[in-house]
Design a protein around this ligand. Sequence first.
Ligand code: 7RM
Length: 634
Amino acid sequence: MQSSDIHSFEDYQKAYNYSIEQPEKFWEEQANKLKWTKKWDKTLQWNFDEPNIKWFEGGQLNITENCLDRHLERRGNKIALIWEPNDPKERFLRLTYKELYDRVCQMANVLKRNGISKGDVVCIYMPMIPELTVSVLACARIGAIHSVVFAGFSASALAGRIEDAQAKLILTSDGLNRGAKQIPTKRIVDEALENCPSVEKVIVVDRLGWAVDMKEGRDSYLHNELPLVDKNCPPTPMDAEDPLFILYTSGSTGKPKGVVHTTAGYAIFVDYTFRNVFQMNESDSFWCTADIGWVTGHSYIVYGPLLAGATTTMFEGVPTFPDPGRFWQVIDKYGITHFYTAPTAIRSLMAAGEDHVLSYSLDSLKVIGSVGEPINEEAWHWYNIHVGKERCPIVDTWWQTETAGIMISSLAGVTPTKPSYAAYPLPGVQPVLLDGDGKELHGNSVEGYLCIKYPWPGILRTTYGDHERCRQTYFSNYKGYYFTGDGAKRDENGLYRIIGRVDDVINVSGHRFGTAEIENAININQKVVESAVVGYPHDIKGQGIYAFVILWDEGANENPDRIRSEINETITAEIGKIAKPDKIQIVRGLPKTRSGKIMRRILRKIAENELGSLGDTSTLLDPTVVDEIIEGRL
Ligand code: 7RM
């Protein structure tokens, strides 16, 4: 294992101060831990106005050479990847670094054989099977840009992402397992591809042994491709700023954006944050329960652990199948030492009762982590007592798709923690809190908009195909700062607590949705005049989705449950099941200002059941709608 640089709070303070005084030197030292085919000429060039951010220009490296080749001599026989299937009775898989290396090289050659070369976009729509990790790395090996789409997204959402990135090839599977359910992945791809002329080839992994439709000339099975290719595939040297991947994420407006991360900066940042936050030793085993379809899986299932030479774990299933003890059973099965999951999972397992967790020893655990949303104190304590047995430090890691890796978190066992606080920024990360006028709030015990004032190597470079959108979304609200979209508080000791989104983004079980994105889907229904969607606190999911919907007359006379199920169907088709509202209230009108703007603040209060603090409603076009909505509250 490539180890941590920081072993005490004092080390942290030194590293932090150094990273502020000499940011370029600080990151050069980290960059030097990787293997470069060519050294860089210029460490950093940047402005946040365009934005234009370039790290390590002139340098060349391949991230897979750093994840795989570099470890072969010392760790060729070490387990790189553990794969736990959905069904605990099915055989698991363990791949050594050498075996993973071989598979990645072969897969890379399959891509080449199918016309893929450096700079092409490959879309990966796969369940959590070993081929997913292999596919991601195979793209990176030859400089193809991967765009992983979470396999819970619908055909329409998939098509939008394929089109936006002009993907040439899709990697998928016949179907997938999720708990007791099976989902026809290939059929969803076929439906998506009806409107995606850029796609020339589809390669299918046989996961379930289903006889799926295969389109002549376009589709082939991976098991038929592999015997046709060579075992060797040298890594393609990549320029530091060559794109590594695109990952779509929702924002407050319009359709999801393709966040672009580049090669060297991403590698350096993910490597540094993984090693220092988790503090692993050579014989430890890491398990991040995220799906590789989200950034957490990219950075802390695939790239971070493999860059460090650690053992990483992939889990195909869900936390509650076959029962809510599954996570704990898997931890005992493999002797997992470092476990990284989401508050929503902790809360749902907490709700299932202590018995499930108390049936397992969890003796192997050393560090437990949380990511994706604010962790409430109750869940933090439950995690600490029942999972960590009050002997494992908890790392509450705040970061985003756009930041590539962990920005604010304690370093396990090294820096202070505090329930529901992400704690201190990592060295190299310069957070600030701004007031409503964009002025920096200095000192402690303050609360404001969370921004970052200096680039770090993992910062997003652009949004694919639309640089202006990147500027507008992240760099225009507060001039000279990267704006996170989150509100945060700094306590009397300088520890950060992330409060949550301050924009129109809802975080459901750690998954981001724009309110506009859901409204657009609802409005597709012909019976809908208009809708407004807000988030509200939800015991398990963190936030739930509450939709207020106005219907045309014909719809208003129909059975509301029927309309609700129609709306749910449209959302499932447009985005995916995960975006279905928890509550759909049919209303006669929405609270609007005289200029026609929906007053979301009022709807949010109603959804939160905070009826005492609605504020002044007299300026509304029609104040009586508010009373009606309150009366019909769900
Ligand atoms: C890694 C990831 C990003 C948004 C972010 C926050 C929220 C994430 C935490 C958190 C409080 C945390 N990427 N968020 N981690 N809030 N504490 N530890 O989740 O792009 O999908 O979401 O998630 O609002 O802006 S993401």
